[in-house]
Design a protein around this ligand. Structure first.
Ligand SMILES: [Zn+2]
Length: 261
């Protein structure tokens, strides 16, 4: 299984609109971050997690032409607003793309983009998405990839975390309950939201202290931080973090069969 980080940025990206780099070194390519999203792939199956604002560029950058399923964590704009860019992917594969999410997220996406699911104007516009409800934090399989979902507390909303074998992806998350921590046990490679950086007061995203506490408990071999803001410079983070916790970056590939490259 191969994981590709399509986007490692927070909701504004880096640089934010207007060319605002914050404290990030603009000469470090790993500081250029699109909105958070990943691809999870086996030899046969490609899954996308979240459809960010930057989806078109992310799919083109990775030459991704086919998807077997799309998993959504929650319906905040930066995780769903690129959803229209699934249209050419569905069109070229001649399939309705299965979209996996909880009821709240499916309802919100349907409310905002009804034409994804229903033909309109006498079939001039045809639906290209097929809803797949995730209930009770189900386990399910897409192609040959097993997926386990679990609840995450994003303060204003519940988000879904996803586990794929020994890899797990947790955005956006402020806190994780005991039951979900239990589901994360045995994870060897973990990508997790640390968007609050060193802020003491946690709002909607975890800070680094909290992630380190979780990593101490779960002991993944490698933990990668994502949802990185304009205040989180790549080289500075590398100096601040222990070697088993690293900042993710756009284009990072994790080969789950032979560790990281
Ligand atoms: Zn969010």
């Amino acid at each position: 299984m191969k994981i590709t980080v399509l986007g490692s940025g927070g909701s504004l990206g880096v640089p934010a609109a207007g060319g605002f780099w914050g404290t990030c070194d603009r000469n470090e390519p790993k500081n250029k971050r699109s909105r958070a999203s990943i691809l999870v792939q086996s030899a046969k199956t490609s899954l996308l997690v979240d459809t960010s604002y930057d989806l078109r560029e992310q799919l083109n950058r990775t030459n991704t032409q086919q998807l077997d399923g799309v998993l959504i964590t929650h319906a905040h704009n930066d995780h769903v607003n690129g959803i229209d860019d699934l249209r050419p992917i569905a069109y070229h594969s001649n399939v309705k793309l299965p979209l996996y999410a909880n009821q709240e997220t499916l309802d919100e996406i349907h409310r905002r983009w009804p034409y994804l699911f229903e033909p309109k104007h006498g079939n001039i516009y045809v639906e290209f998405i097929q809803k797949q409800l995730i209930e009770n934090y189900d386990k399910f399989t897409v192609g040959d990839i097993d997926v386990e979902s679990f609840e995450m507390d994003h303060t204003t909303i519940l988000a879904l975390g996803y586990r794929f074998g020994s890899f797990a992806y947790c955005v956006d998350v402020a806190d994780i309950n005991e039951k979900s921590l239990e589901k994360l046990k045995g994870v060897e490679t973990w990508i997790v939201d640390a968007g609050a950086y060193f802020k003491e007061k946690i709002g909607t995203h975890a800070n680094i202290q909290r992630v380190m506490k979780w990593a101490e408990l779960l002991k993944p071999k490698m933990t990668y931080l994502t949802v990185l803001t304009t205040h989180m410079d790549y080289a500075t983070l590398c100096n601040e973090l222990p070697p088993h916790i690293r900042p993710a970056y756009d284009g990072m590939v994790i080969d789950m069969d032979s560790n990281t490259r």
